[in-house]
Design a protein around this ligand. Structure first.
Ligand code: PXP
Length: 238
């Protein structure tokens, strides 16, 4: 069974636009679970532009809710995450000025730092995932530094599909990385820029076990409601 992780960062973006409490990401997390999300993803960014520490703490303390916390390698953020104790950690690259996470981790440059972070979370029994580009080299490094999972950055594929360009080469890269990771015993996830169509395309790759989707789900909920959008995605990935 493939799982749907719902990223609720942009519920917090909307809340923060008014500086008040509505819409509440904590309520969104509980609601998303109730209507079918298999897990909730939140990204505690260094600039706290959407989810803040209080949100993260409250969301991670909701009983029975599986939370995937995305973090950078920043040492203060890592310390915070260790205190918050989510079920899952996904390490992502982070640049202050980017609108969203633009690509996967640079595993060659940051191998030792990331390896040490993985060790610390493993001691706490927290599943660790690395947000990577679809590169066979990065999959091999992920294995060498004992990542439990990889999440393949699907931004490029999504853009190609959305702009009606040929996406077969990019899909092939994602497929080959998924096969290799699976063979190496690393669980494969996918995320970034996914909508109904791009998710459907990726379901052709059976090795992908989890989809983490945020912006489209929250945006589409304006028209259909969160419950209906989650239901539609659950049907797509079934
Ligand atoms: N997965 C990871 C690791 C992310 O950092 C993000 C957000 O950038 C997503 C998934 C969700 O991307 P989107 O909001 O485009 O669905």
């Amino acid at each position: 069974m493939r799982r749907l992780g719902v990223n609720i960062d942009h519920v917090a973006t909307l809340r923060n636009a008014r500086g008040e409490n509505h819409p509440d990401p904590v309520y969104a997390a509980k609601f998303a679970k109730k209507v079918g999300a298999d897990s909730i993803t939140i990204h505690l960014r260094e600039d706290r532009r959407h989810i803040n520490d209080a949100d993260a703490k409250k969301i991670c303390s909701i009983k029975g809710l599986l939370v995937n916390l995305e973090i950078s390698t920043n040492s203060d953020i890592v310390k915070n995450a260790m205190k918050i104790k989510p079920n899952f950690i996904c390490i992502v690259p982070e640049k202050r000025k980017e609108i969203t996470t633009e690509g996967g981790l640079n595993l060659i440059k940051n191998k030792t730092t990331i390896q040490n972070i993985i060790k610390r979370f493993k001691k706490l029994n927290i599943r660790t995932s690395l947000f990577v580009n679809p590169s066979l080299k990065d999959i091999r490094i992920s294995k060498a530094i004992s990542a439990d999972c990889i999440e393949i950055h699907t931004g490029k594929l999504s853009n190609l599909i959305k702009t009606q360009k040929n996406f077969s080469k990019e899909l092939k890269k994602i497929r080959e990385c998924s096969y290799l990771a699976n063979d190496l015993g690393i669980e494969v996830h996918a995320g970034h820029g996914l909508d109904y169509k791009t998710t459907k395309v990726l379901t052709r790759i059976k090795e992908i076990k989890e989809f983490n989707i945020g912006h489209f789900i929250i945006g589409e909920s304006i028209f259909l409601g969160l419950k209906n959008v989650i239901k539609k995605f659950k049907i797509i990935i079934k």
